[in-house]
Write a protein that binds this ligand. Structure first.
Ligand SMILES: NC(=O)c1ccc[n+]([C@@H]2O[C@H](COP(=O)([O-])OP(=O)(O)OC[C@H]3O[C@@H](n4cnc5c(N)ncnc54)[C@H](OP(=O)(O)O)[C@@H]3O)[C@@H](O)[C@H]2O)c1
Length: 337
C-alpha cells in the first residue's frame, strides 16, 4: 500500500491542513519505460501555493483528488526502463507519497554525488540551490565589489544566494524577518549587513544607509513592500532577478501599491523573472559548483525536518508565517533503511 497526501479542497490563499487528506492506495504495476521510486524525503515549497491556485502559473493546476505535486528524493526500487537501475538515487516531481510510479521525465536529477546526505538534493543541492545559482549567475551576473541585496535572506534560496555572492567578492545585504533570522544571516551565512523588515520602521531609509553606493543587484524573493523599498535605491545598470513573490497574500484582487517603473527607466535597470525548472539540462553544472563550495566550507545550509507524511498537510503554511528555519522537509521511514 502507498500512503499519499491528496488535495481535498482548493485553497483560497495559503494552503492549510484542512485542504488535504491522507489516504492509502495499492501500488499499481509499472508500464513499460516507467520506474518505481521509494521516497526518502518530501519537499515543502512556497511554489505549492501557486500550483494549487486558480490563477495562471507556469505549470498545470493541481486538481482536487490528485496526489499533491511535490519535489522528493528517493531510491529506485523497480525499473522497466533500461536507463535506470534499482538502487539509483533520484530527485524529481514524485509527489507527497511514499512510492511514486513515474515516467522518466519526472526525474529532474540523478544523484551521483554520494558524499552528501540525500536530503540536500531537495535544498542546497536541489531546486533551492539551483534557483539561487541560475538566478544569481544568469539573471544578475554579479561582479566583485558590487552591492547585492537579497530578500528572505535566511531562507533556503536566500541564504544560498547571499553566500554565493560573498564567494564572488560582492558586498551582500540581507533582508529577513525577526532578530533570530537576522542573527543567523550574520553569524552563519556571512552577510555584511542585515535589515529586519518586521521591525525596521523605515526600510527604504535603512537600505539607503546600508547601500550608500546603491544596489547593483537585487535578488527578489518577496515582491511587495520589500521590493518597493529596495528598488528606490538601485544603482545605474542594476540587475533584478524575480525569484519569488512570498509577500503577496492574494492574487485576486491583484495587489496595488507604489510603482517602480521610473526607477527602472532612470537607472537603465534590467528585471528578469526566472524559473529553475527551465534549467534542467544545466542542473549538473550548478550542483557541481554548489557541492564544491560546501566541501570548501564556503556554503552553509539549514534544514528543518518534520517526521512522517502526516506532517505534510500543515507544513506549507509555516513558510508563510516564517516559522521555518531553513529548508523545510518531511522525512519518511525509507530514509532510515
Ligand atoms: N523561481 C524559482 O525557480 C524558485 C525556486 C525555488 C524557490 N523560489 C522562491 O524563492 C522564495 C524562497 O523560497 P524558499 O524555498 O527558499 O523558502 P524560505 O525562504 O526558506 O521560506 C519562505 C520565507 O519567506 C518569508 N516570507 C513569508 N511571508 C513573507 C512576507 N509576507 N513578506 C516577506 N517575507 C515573507 C519568510 O522569511 P522571513 O521569516 O525572513 O520573513 C519565510 O521563512 C519563494 O518566494 C519561492 O517561491 C523560486
Amino acid at each position: 500500500m502507498n500512503r499519499r497526501v491528496i488535495l481535498k479542497g482548493r485553497p483560497q490563499g495559503i494552503p492549510l491542513a484542512e485542504h488535504f487528506e491522507l489516504d492509502s492506495a495499492p501500488l499499481r504495476a509499472l508500464d513499460d519505460g516507467q520506474i518505481l521510486v521509494r521516497n526518502h524525503y518530501l519537499s515543502v515549497d512556497p511554489a505549492m501555493r501557486g500550483w494549487l491556485s486558480d490563477a495562471q502559473s507556469y505549470g498545470a493546476r493541481i486538481e482536487v483528488g490528485d496526489v499533491m505535486r511535490a519535489f522528493a528524493v528517493g531510491e529506485i526500487v523497480e525499473s522497466r526502463n533500461e536507463s535506470f537501475v534499482p538502487g539509483e538515487r533520484v530527485m524529481g516531481l514524485f509527489g507527497w507519497q511514499e512510492y511514486a510510479c513515474v515516467d522518466p521525465q519526472s526525474v529532474l536529477l540523478r544523484i551521483d554525488e554520494h558524499d552528501f546526505p540525500i536530503s540536500l538534493s531537495l535544498g542546497v543541492l536541489g531546486l533551492n540551490g539551483i534557483a539561487a545559482y541560475f538566478g544569481l549567475m544568469d539573471a544578475c551576473a554579479p561582479k566583485a565589489g558590487e552591492t547585492v541585496v537579497v530578500s528572505t535572506a535566511a531562507g533556503a534560496v536566500g541564504s544560498c544566494v547571499g553566500q554565493m555572492a560573498r564567494n564572488l567578492g560582492c558586498r551582500v545585504i540581507g533582508i529577513a524577518g525577526g532578530p533570530e533570522k537576522c542573527k543567523l544571516c550574520i553569524d552563519e551565512f556571512g552577510y555584511d549587513d542585515v535589515l529586519d523588515y518586521k521591525h525596521e520602521p523605515d526600510l527604504a531609509s535603512a537600505i539607503a544607509r546600508a547601500c550608500p553606493d546603491g544596489v547593483d543587484v537585487y535578488f527578489d524573493n518577496t515582491a511587495g513592500p520589500i521590493s518597493d523599498a529596495v528598488i528606490r535605491h538601485i544603482s545605474a545598470g542594476a540587475r533584478i532577478a524575480i525569484c519569488g513573490t512570498a509577500s503577496i497574500s492574494s492574487w485576486d484582487p491583484w495587489p496595488t501599491g507604489p510603482r517602480y517603473e521610473r526607477h527602472l527607466l532612470v537607472k537603465r535597470a534590467t528585471v528578469r523573472g526566472f524559473i529553475a525548472l527551465d534549467y534542467v539540462d544545466r542542473y549538473p553544472e550548478a550542483v557541481a559548483r554548489l557541492g564544491r563550495w560546501i566541501k570548501e566550507g564556503r556554503l552553509r545550509y539549514r534544514e528543518e525536518i518534520l517526521e512522517g507524511i502526516e506532517q505534510a498537510p500543515s507544513a506549507i503554511s509555516r513558510l508563510y508565517t516564517g516559522e521555518n528555519q531553513g529548508k523545510l522537509l518531511i522525512r519518511l521511514p525509507a530514509s532510515r533503511g
